[in-house]
Structure formats: structure tokens, C-alpha cells
Design a binder for this molecule. Structure first.
Ligand SMILES: Cc1cc2nc3c(=O)[nH]c(=O)nc-3n(C[C@H](O)[C@H](O)[C@H](O)COP(=O)(O)O)c2cc1C
Length: 232
């Protein structure tokens, strides 16, 4: 697959078919993603690939928690700043609005939004669930390395005919993850990645998110000057 098509055609896919995923393809992707760049070549990612009984065990545990009404613990890291400022606040708001509009869920329909959100904890029905961990002692640059690795994986999956959705939502279920994957204390769950074949008939997969125009994020300088990207 052409690199431009891999990047511009990638989307978060939130509904998958039952078609099984060839684990040899996932292994190929993970092998190739080892080429991802990381500061000092630390390669600070730790990955669990869940299928079969492991995936089912995690789904069941989350299902039990949801049906009992028990609240999950807080994530082990702050997913967003407590209060977001512009332009991020509006971008996040718009993202939610577009997602729920695609699903035909009204803003006032809190229960409908929640029902849709908890699909995260079913890996959106994907046959493969990947979990990504980081050492607690790592600093911001190593978290960035995880992001570089994650995008590399998402792009390479497309070359295998697979789609995916990164999921910070899993950070809220870290204790249940630890009941299924015996995670060493020094590691922390960053996120999940749902992987499978896209269900092209699912309304949620019609979502096409927008992006800020370049002048909001890029400053071209051919002489010394201020960074003019949007900060408020
Ligand atoms: C690290 C990371 C975590 C994410 N967590 C979630 C999540 O928990 N649930 C979800 O539905 N989407 C999640 N997303 C998907 C984003 O909402 C999505 O990438 C963004 O809205 C842009 O849309 P696109 O991926 O379709 O281009 C996550 C993306 C990233 C990169």
C-alpha cells in the first residue's frame, strides 16, 4: 500500500465484522513496527495481543462490572488536562458531536451516548484486542515514542487489509486488564487498540473527522519570528 493512502485513508474504525484475523498478519505488522523510531532507540513499548479466551475473559469482566453498576477506578494517568482550553476544547467537543451525530444520538440522550461509549470496552466487537503498556518511570518523550509506534502499527495494519481504533478508554479498566494480563508493577496501561476487518455497513464507520487547517498548527519562518500557531 502506498504510504500516502495508508495515512490519508486511515480512520478510527469502531465496528468490525466476524471475519477472523490472521495472526500471522498481526505478527508481520508487529515485526515491521519494531522499526519505529524512538529516542535513544529505547523502544519503550510493551504489548499484549489478546484473542480467544483471554479476550473473552476481559470482555466478561468488564461486562460484569457494567451490569453491576460498579464504577471503574480512575485511569492511572490523567487522560486529558482537568480543564481543556482553546483550541483543544472545541476540537474535542466537535469530535464528540460528530461521532454521536453519525450514530444519530442526540446531545440530550445521555444514556444513548453512554451505551455507545461502553462499546469501547468490548473492543467495538473486534476479534483482536491489543493493549499497550509503558514503564511508570518513563518521561514524556518515551510516551511520544509509544504514539509513534502506535501510528506505525495502525498504518501497517491497513496494508494487511485490517483497520483499528486506538482506545484510551481502556485506561479506566486497568485493574480488570491486570486480572487477565499479569502486568508487572512497573508497567502502566496506556491504551488499547481494537483490530479487525471493518464493518463497512455500520453507521459509526461513516464518520470522517475534520482537521485544523495548516495555518493553525504550522508557522513558516524564513527569518526569525514568533510561532503563530493557534494557542487560544
Ligand atoms: C492514543 C489515542 C487514544 C484514543 N482513544 C479513543 C477511545 O478511547 N475511544 C475512541 O472511540 N476513540 C479513541 N481514539 C480515536 C480518536 O478519537 C480519533 O483518532 C480522532 O477522533 C481522529 O479521528 P480518526 O482516527 O478517525 O482520524 C483515540 C486515538 C488515539 C490516538
Amino acid at each position: 500500500m502506498d504510504i500516502t493512502e495508508a495515512v490519508t485513508g486511515r480512520r478510527s474504525v469502531r465496528a468490525f465484522t466476524d471475519e477472523p484475523v490472521d495472526l500471522a498478519g498481526i505478527e508481520r505488522v508487529l515485526e515491521q513496527a519494531q522499526r519505529a523510531a524512538s529516542g535513544g532507540n529505547l523502544q519503550p513499548w510493551h504489548v499484549a495481543v489478546l484473542t480467544g479466551d483471554a479476550l473473552q475473559a476481559l470482555r466478561s469482566k468488564v461486562g460484569e462490572r457494567l451490569s453491576s453498576g460498579e464504577r471503574p477506578p480512575s485511569p492511572e494517568y490523567p487522560v486529558y488536562p482537568d480543564t481543556l482550553w482553546e483550541p483543544y476544547r472545541s476540537r474535542r467537543f466537535q469530535n464528540g458531536e460528530q461521532l454521536y451525530a453519525t450514530l444519530g444520538i442526540a446531545r440530550e440522550d445521555k444514556a444513548g451516548r453512554m451505551t455507545s461509549f461502553v462499546r469501547n470496552w468490548d473492543f467495538f466487537g473486534a476479534p483482536v484486542g491489543l493493549l499497550l503498556f509503558v514503564d511508570r518511570g518513563m518521561n514524556h518523550p518515551q510516551w511520544a515514542d509509544l504514539g509513534i509506534w502506535l501510528q506505525t502499527v495502525m498504518l501497517l495494519l491497513r496494508a494487511e487489509g485490517l483497520e483499528s481504533c486506538a482506545q484510551e478508554a481502556w485506561s479506566a479498566q486497568h485493574d480488570l486488564v491486570a486480572q487477565v494480563v499479569d502486568v508487572p508493577d512497573q508497567l502502566m496501561l496506556f491504551c488499547g487498540l481494537a483490530i479487525g476487518h471493518e464493518d463497512t455497513s455500520a453507521p459509526v464507520n461513516a464518520l470522517r473527522t475534520t482537521r485544523a487547517p495548516l495555518d493553525e498548527v504550522v508557522t513558516w519562518l524564513d527569518e526569525p519570528g514568533p510561532l503563530t500557531s493557534r494557542t487560544t
